[in-house]
Design a protein around this ligand. Sequence first.
Ligand SMILES: *Cc1c(COP(=O)(O)O)cnc(C)c1O
Length: 448
Amino acid sequence: MPTDQLPADDPRRSTPRTDTVLADPRLRTAAESLGPRIVKGAVAGALERCRAGELAPHDVADAAVAALPPAATALRPVLNATGVLVHTNLGRAPLSAAAVEAIAVAAGATDVELDLETGRRGRRGRSALAALGAAAPDAGGVHVVNNGAAALALATCALAAGRTVVVARGELVEIGDGFRIPELLESVGARLREVGTTNRVRRADYEEAVAADPDVAFVLKVHPSNFLVSGFTSSVPVAELATLPVPVVVDIGSGLLAPHPRLPDEPSAAAALRAGADLVTASGDKLLGGPQCGLMLGDADLVERLRRHPFARALRVDKLTLAALEATLTGPAPPVPAALDTPLAELRRRAERLAADLHAMDAEAVDSVAAVGGGGAPGVDLPSAAIALPERLAGPLRSDPVTPVVGRVERGRLLLDLFAVPAADDAALADAVRRAVAAPPTAPTPAG
Ligand SMILES: *Cc1c(COP(=O)(O)O)cnc(C)c1O
């Protein structure tokens, strides 16, 4: 309906024109940094509210400015107060400041594949690969692909297409979101020969399977990184598998390059390689604390063969990943390993300071138990500290317009666990709590 046919007091009559709002200098500047699409979207939303009578005409430009995202992505930075250190839904490992800076450096044209001295083509990502080689001195060769699953897929495709992979039944794990290791291996053409039972497997089981099939490409050992089998169990260590007459590939999952004192049962690349593994695969964005990528570490000739395989090209990492991985390995400790090394007393001190600061909000410092998460070390309790708040703040904190905070609800209280929150973010956390307390009530949060 044309606006002049509307009743005189209808808010739609006085709704400003899109062009008029877009002429606001703040929105013109934003269009340059964010692009016109995002700005038009924000203006359209504000005009819609004005037409509905929710917004006065002279407030439309302010509302559009307030609705603009800080960057040209709908992704928001979030404070991980869940107490789950490597949280898949929150993007796993947060990068170190050094890695973020390295990404910015590499974002433009960069010498990722050029030798600036000679002007000739250089080995792609050579400095990142050199850093990885230095950090994993037991590996004769190293290669990097897009993620842990890609590393396993490449090894299987290059070594075992149309052949047999021997793997323990208890290690045929689902890694998340319905993706299963056995189906991944079969999807690139390998036949699986399962040995042992859900809870037990012996060296003799592997030996028989290898003897019975002349076409075994390798024995695969997969670390059950997201569950525990306890009770009457047995598995075969890498050192014993290495005495079989076929190569041994070990998927350690978490990406620990060397053993970590707090995670004694978590396998490391160094331990697996020293025990005789021919190839180790792992993720870069779990306990290593780097960007999403898949690490392949092992025998030099074998790794070179994998690197030259045609499928390797389809799994190639970009320059941003290479830059971030290099800084992760050579720079200061990234947030994930730094969190593992933070003394409990320091977490408690921070929780008490925050609770005192938020005294008026019913905040209380409490002991908590954090976990590594799907990234590894299942069953390992990490003593931590949290602030406890009324449960009803969970929703408002998650949807905080400045700093969304994700905590966890436990026994009727919202816990903001500090294990995975950098100390530098405590003030932002406190500010978010104050805003959440002042926010109008929201719909109840889903359980879990
Ligand atoms: C996490 C994990 C994977 C999958 O790695 P992505 O980097 O997520 O592809 C595979 N195997 C194990 C043992 C893991 O823990």
